[in-house]
Design a protein around this ligand. Structure first.
Ligand SMILES: [Zn+2]
Ligand SMILES: [Zn+2]
Length: 357
């Protein structure tokens, strides 16, 4: 089969690879589309060290069942794949939270697994999540990042009255904003440096703000508050856009700078959810946590039920979610697309690779 193989920083080629062979608990899938994730890009450049030479990446995928050795899914069934594989035997796995399994593996991250930037892939049958009948297939490729956003919002224990600031308006920030609205809190403000991403967020119905702008100008589907005074510093602009200090900040970037911003715009006692993974280590203000009683909450992936619920929700909101897909390429164009996304010449938020397209 044809597959996109990572060979080291900035090196990717399309090659023939051996057909994947399903084991007793596995299914074989024909891949329809796989999203390029920010973590794939940071792996591709070598920045995060979470991808390895020789690996076939791809964890945001949708495909059709060719063969399920467990018999649980009929051939032809359209499925997305929960890429988190737990050991199956520990307390976290028993609770349906394999993202907390100490022996977890993740399809598309683990180097030993040939993943979804390929014509075909093997996955444990129990990780397949069928999509509702009639849903456009590509929506299945969005479920994984949407589930990341849903889990982050659940980790925040979001209440409708909370003032919510989302740091970063890329695919995960977009997913967080959508999940907050899904959870009954539609008034989130998203901070994003890139104007094209702010425009996408506005189209999705969210208030988007440039956190670096002198006036932290708001582009909002609702009337902006009085933030166009250039004297207002960025944190003040964010607070003005929210109508007060944030009760919840969800950091979808994850750097020292963004965590510091999260503290600056949030109220004493706020919850700060760290879901972005830009930096493996950060130095943060201890007093912003201790003397001001902020809670810093980690969020990784999703539980099994959260992933399934998000697949069902995405299926019911396909038209609303379609604008998230900003590019589509075949496998042969994928190396060039990775390069262009990583060096910034291509600005698209979410690009789907169609391995047979
Ligand atoms: Zn991802
Ligand atoms: Zn486990």
């Amino acid at each position: 089969m044809r597959a996109l193989v990572f060979h080291g920083p900035w090196e990717m080629t399309v090659e023939d690879r051996p057909e994947p062979v399903p084991g007793p608990g596995d299914a074989l899938l024909e891949i329809v589309a796989t999203g390029i994730c920010g973590s794939d890009l940071h792996g591709y450049t070598g920045e995060n060290g979470r991808r390895h030479p020789g690996q076939v990446m791809g964890h945001e995928t949708v495909g059709r069942v060719l063969r399920d050795r467990t018999g649980a899914h009929r051939p032809g069934t359209l499925v997305t794949v929960n890429p988190v594989i737990g050991c199956g035997g520990c307390a976290a796995c028993a609770a349906g939270t394999p993202q907390r399994c100490p022996d977890r593996r993740v399809i598309g991250v683990g180097r030993e697994i040939s993943a979804a930037f390929a014509e075909r892939m093997v996955a444990p049958a129990r990780n397949l999540v069928p999509l509702p009948e009639g849903v456009p297939a590509e929506i299945g490729g969005l479920v994984e990042p949407l589930a990341v956003g849903h889990h982050a919002v659940r980790r925040a224990a979001l209440r409708p009255q909370d003032r919510v600031y989302v740091v970063g308006g890329g695919p995960i920030g977009q997913a967080v904003a959508l999940a907050a609205r899904r959870a009954g809190n539609p008034g989130v403000v998203v901070g994003e440096l890139d104007p094209a991403r702010r425009a996408l967020l506005t189209r999705l119905g969210f208030a988007a703000i440039d956190p670096a702008g002198p006036s932290a100008a708001v582009s909002s589907p609702v009337a902006p508050s009085a933030t166009d005074d250039p004297a207002i510093p960025s944190a003040g602009g964010v607070v003005a856009a929210l109508g007060g200090a944030a009760d919840v900040v969800i950091d979808a970037v994850g750097s020292a700078r963004t965590l510091q911003a999260a503290f600056e715009v949030s109220a004493l006692g706020a919850r700060v959810v760290l879901v972005g993974m830009a930096a493996p280590r950060v130095e943060i203000s201890a007093y912003a946590v201790s003397t001001e009683e902020r809670t810093v909450i980690g969020s990784f992936a999703y539980g099994e039920a959260e992933f399934r619920d998000t697949a069902a929700w995405a299926g019911a909101h396909a038209a609303e979610l379609e604008p998230l897909i900003e590019g589509r390429v075949g496998l042969e164009q994928a190396p060039g697309t990775f390069r262009a996304l990583a060096d910034g010449t291509l600005k698209a938020s979410k690009v789907l690779v169609h391995p047979s397209g």
